[in-house]
Design a protein around this ligand. Sequence first.
Ligand SMILES: Cc1cc2nc3c(=O)[nH]c(=O)nc-3n(C[C@H](O)[C@H](O)[C@H](O)COP(=O)(O)OP(=O)(O)OC[C@H]3O[C@@H](n4cnc5c(N)ncnc54)[C@H](O)[C@@H]3O)c2cc1C
Length: 369
Amino acid sequence: MFEIVGAGPAGLSAALAARARGAEVMVHEQRANAGMRFHGDFQGLENWTSDTDVLAELESLGIQTSFDYTAVREIVCFAPDGSDHRLRAKRPLFYLLRRGREPGSLDQALKNQALHAGVTIQFNNRRRHLPNGGAVAEGPHRADVIAVGYVFDTDMADGCYAAVGERLAGAGYSYLLVDKGRGTLAACLFDRFHDERQFLDETVAFFRQAAGLRWNNAKRFGGTGNYHHPHGAVLGNRSYVGEAAGFQDALFGFGLRHALISGHLAGSAGSSNAYDKAWRRRLSALQAASLFNRWLYARLGDRGRNILIKYLIAGSDPRRQLQRIYSPAPWKSALSRWLPGQPPQPADSAHRNCDCTWCRCQRNTAGQE
Ligand SMILES: Cc1cc2nc3c(=O)[nH]c(=O)nc-3n(C[C@H](O)[C@H](O)[C@H](O)COP(=O)(O)OP(=O)(O)OC[C@H]3O[C@@H](n4cnc5c(N)ncnc54)[C@H](O)[C@@H]3O)c2cc1C
């Protein structure tokens, strides 16, 4: 029996792969359904870290793309100097999908595939240990990045917008995604978590003015992410996958692809040793490059970010430019080992029954863990 803790993308991808090699598979999920860490918010499945289209890659891993998605080829990007730029790519930059418990979301599609393949999922079953080994896919352990925002209904035309600048999101960025009458707006923060409310208010005001944001039934949401250089993703007979292993895009937080791939590698490897070799081959250099990118991006300041956006539109295809930025290199891998890690945000003793996204007081209206 191959046991997995966590029915997120990494855990369910591991379950599908383990099932495909003939193992009996049991997934333990602490919540009542898959995707309950999320709130119907849009996320982007990035399509720039390889030439292969990410949907084709998923199909080749045995993951059906049976979730609802929209291919996004164009983003309007706002630079700190107030200029706006259309990034138009020849092939999709990313695929917009929904997270949560609704039909058509990534989480429900993966769950249904796993159940159909014969995987057993025990919901409402928090698991601390895997004495007989298996895969740990519990998601983030701490907040290195947070996203705070709103999901809403809207009569706006479909469109994807991103904005960078210290005022809006510190060393992070803000985004607005609209598709078929629904929208997600958020500030994605890598520092200054204490200022999350201020950043969110600035982000709302900015998109009202710059993109004509209009909404109904807006609901707050938020969540955390966890990234680091995993010097090891194996402990004894346990394979750590997805964000539980620190696999996450440290530059902009596009961790889904890492989660699905690392899950697949762990599920298809017959042992934790085989997984150890597999993740190092496939993910280690990519993760190192993203850590290097984050370190650099945090130091750019607004003037540097203006230049970055000009770089993205400089070539004939912004997808290629992103691919260059994200491409692994031996020197990035070497440097990433020496970079200072993200200091954990201090748990503030004044936080009692607060609604902030990142602290550990365990109660928050944003609805995340
Ligand atoms: C607001 C927000 C926006 C994001 N936007 C994007 C985006 O646009 N593009 C992108 O690529 N990525 C995005 N990400 C990151 C992406 O969501 C994560 O990288 C991805 O979900 C990680 O998958 P995972 O399976 O590792 O973890 P999770 O999705 O967190 O799943 C972990 C699961 O394990 C369960 N669990 C935890 N502990 C236990 C336990 N002890 N016992 C049983 N079950 C347990 C949890 O309930 C959860 O269901 C975003 C993240 C957030 C928070």
